[in-house]
Write a protein that binds this ligand. Sequence first.
Ligand code: RM4
Ligand code: MN
Ligand code: MN
Length: 424
Amino acid sequence: MPINAKLIEDHNEQQATVHRRKLDFIKADLADADAIIQKLAAFNIAIPSWALGTGGTRFGRFSGGGEPRNLEEKIEDVGLLHALNRSSGAISLHIPWDIPENYADIKSLAAQYQLKFDAVNSNTFQDQPGQALSYKFGSLHHVDAKVRQQAIEHNIEVIRHGVELGSKALTVWLADGSSFPGQLNFRKAFQRTLESLKEIYRALPADWNLLIEYKAFEPSFYSTTVGDWGQSFTLANKLGPQAYTLVDLGHHLANANIEQIVALLLMEGKLGGFHFNDSKYADDDLTAGSIKPYQLFLIFNELVEGMDARGLDHATGLGWMIDASHNLKDPLEDLLQSVEAIMIAYAQALVVDRHALVQAQEQNDVVKCQEILQQAFRTDVRPLVAEARLIAGGALDPIGLFRTSEVRKSLIGRRGAKTVATGL
Ligand code: RM4
Ligand code: MN
Ligand code: MN
């Protein structure tokens, strides 16, 4: 691997004085800085296997060099990220893009990089070569029972792969929907989806969760069968205690109040997982925090408040994952930026003066409420995040070290300048 402990140590030594000065500055104003740093150090965000290659749009894809060519190289890339930031300690696989050939080998490779296997993801939004029946008109909601059965069996197969790797959750995202009014009977489509999910739910091991992801539109442009949190929540409630809603930040209509959705799902005990990204218009795959960092902070503010209210451990209480693809940037640099943005928003939420906020809310002191939140948002918490990385063995400046140690150059040297990663 192009990054090793010695490189990180030397890099951290060079940055130590400046870092210490900034850290002392913020620590002087915070009573519980050490507790916050501990929480940050424990926090990990899974990396999806499809985010490691260059993404594209429906108009084209401009691939970069040194992209991972197989699952082993994808694991190596996540290992690299984790070595740099110590906050990317899990990989989420998409089946069939990443079917492991030998479970034991893949597991031991991941263990070498101290990586766990996060939720496994099924794929019934594309037809695969040799597939008997098409998903053109949907999968779990399809009018034809045989297509539904094929999709159910695929999901059960994905669970089997996950069990071998030690995953504990299946994420189901469906492209099922309609693009023209009248195409679909909404009620029947929803019922059929529920019946299909029941079959999948029955195949879940006792210690597994089923995460139901919703998306407002795309690829369907008129209706999506699991299109919003209400639809996902209804399904999760009807399925049972192992079923949860998964919130993907990019899957809402513009200006949706995601922080309120998160608060209510947590209150109902039905928020199971999270996909981070950002968007301005419709693309659901931009770098987390690149467009609306204040919204990301407000979401984390509700997450922290809601998880504390339920006594959930921040690091393990929910499934955290990045879900993005990158058109222009080096995917590894982009992922480092995403993780950093998430950690910053989490740290800002941790520095909110919660006691004062509750008081101000009780007194309807609207001005004070805003002051309290913005005080936290405008605090430069980056030294806390850097310190958490430092104590966990990561680099003070992950992107800086990625560049100075020429990681991409070394990956291109080994994998070639024009590689095509599988996936999106
Ligand atoms: C979807 C959704 C899913 C992801 C696929 C690749 O938009 O976000 O989570 O599995 O993309
Ligand atoms: Mn997603
Ligand atoms: Mn998405």
